[in-house]
Design a protein around this ligand. Structure first.
Ligand code: MG
Ligand code: MG
Ligand code: MG
Length: 307
């Protein structure tokens, strides 16, 4: 039987990695020959999950063959997808993001909900279809929900996410909040990463209104742990702007304890950032955004609105 590949987005985060694996189980439940794959290295937060579970992550791929059948999780935008997606066949999408450029020549399953995490949608599908959730599945799903909602504190977090988290905690039989805080903290350690890696870690490319914009987000237990490396990070950002012909690069440092963010903005279109947030960038190209933690809900929409 032909194998269907399940992938999350490029620069995979914990939701993309963990939801692909759980989706493989759901697909197999329905008799589909599916394999979860990933489009990049694990970040340290996701590494923590696999160490905790004493489990190997799925295999990595970069592109797919013409005609490959795909299930997409945690994204739908072409720019975030596997290479050669245009020549593949998308059978299903399970996602919690905006839909802007999505088109297919054939009908498909599309599960979208404006919840905080793809894993929450998978939890609901498993519950509805009475698919058994193992302890390991529960920990994978808790990890994804905690990552995407900053432990249920992000404005993207919904009642569905909280309900899923609480039910999964019972199945996992762990203190999920303690586990998740340790996981988030593991993800903030970027001390041994080069600035080139840091600016690509969780970078998302937006192509809209004739602009090419990258927004990269890193979590920190203390903003200064990252901001103290501003000079080398800016150098790497400027290289990305040149190499990828960007109009704007926004680097977001998110304080996971106090739930604030500080951004650094570079490029020829930084005026968009000033308009979007109604404040001027400081002379060091930075801006403090009080209460902002969600790229999806609090950064992308005002940016897009001001293009
Ligand atoms: Mg994601
Ligand atoms: Mg997600
Ligand atoms: Mg994310």
């Amino acid at each position: 039987m032909e194998k269907i590949l399940i992938t999350g987005h490029k620069n995979p985060d914990t939701d993309s990695i963990c939801s692909s694996i759980v989706m493989e189980k759901i697909a197999k439940h329905f008799g589909v020959n599916a394999e979860a794959v990933r489009l990049g290295d694990l970040n340290k937060e996701t590494e923590y999950v696999f160490k905790y579970l004493n489990k190997e992550p799925q295999r990595m791929i970069e592109k797919v063959d013409d005609g490959q059948k795909l299930i997409l999780v945690d994204h739908n935008e072409a720019g975030q997808s596997v290479e050669n997606r245009d020549n593949a066949e998308i059978l299903a999408v399970i996602d919690h993001h905006r839909i802007t450029d999505f088109k297919t020549p054939t009908p498909l399953y599309y599960f979208a909900k404006p919840v905080g995490c793809t894993a929450t949608i998978l939890y609901e599908i498993m519950t509805e279809k009475k698919i058994e959730i193992s302890k390991e599945d529960a920990i994978l799903l808790i990890s994804a929900i905690s990552s995407d909602t900053l432990l249920l504190k992000s404005p993207t977090c919904t009642k569905e996410d909280i309900d899923a988290f609480n039910e999964l905690e019972k199945i996992a039989q762990i203190d999920a909040k303690t586990y998740a805080l340790n996981m988030l903290k593991a993800g903030t350690d970027i001390s041994d990463l080069t600035p080139e890696t840091i600016v690509e870690l969780d970078a998302k490319l937006l192509e809209e209104g004739g602009k090419r914009i990258i927004i990269d987000q890193v979590n920190a237990a203390d903003i200064n742990d990252v901001f103290s490396r501003k000079d080398e990070i800016e150098e790497a950002m400027n290289k990305e702007i040149k190499d990828k012909k960007l109009n704007l690069f926004i680097f977001v440092i998110t304080d996971i304890i106090n739930t604030n963010s500080k951004i650094i903005a570079l490029g020829d279109s930084t005026d968009i950032v000033e308009k979007a947030f109604g404040q001027k960038l400081d002379s060091d190209n930075s801006m403090m955004l009080e209460g902002v933690v969600s790229r999806k809900k609090q950064i992308v929409p005002p940016i897009v609105k001001n293009l």
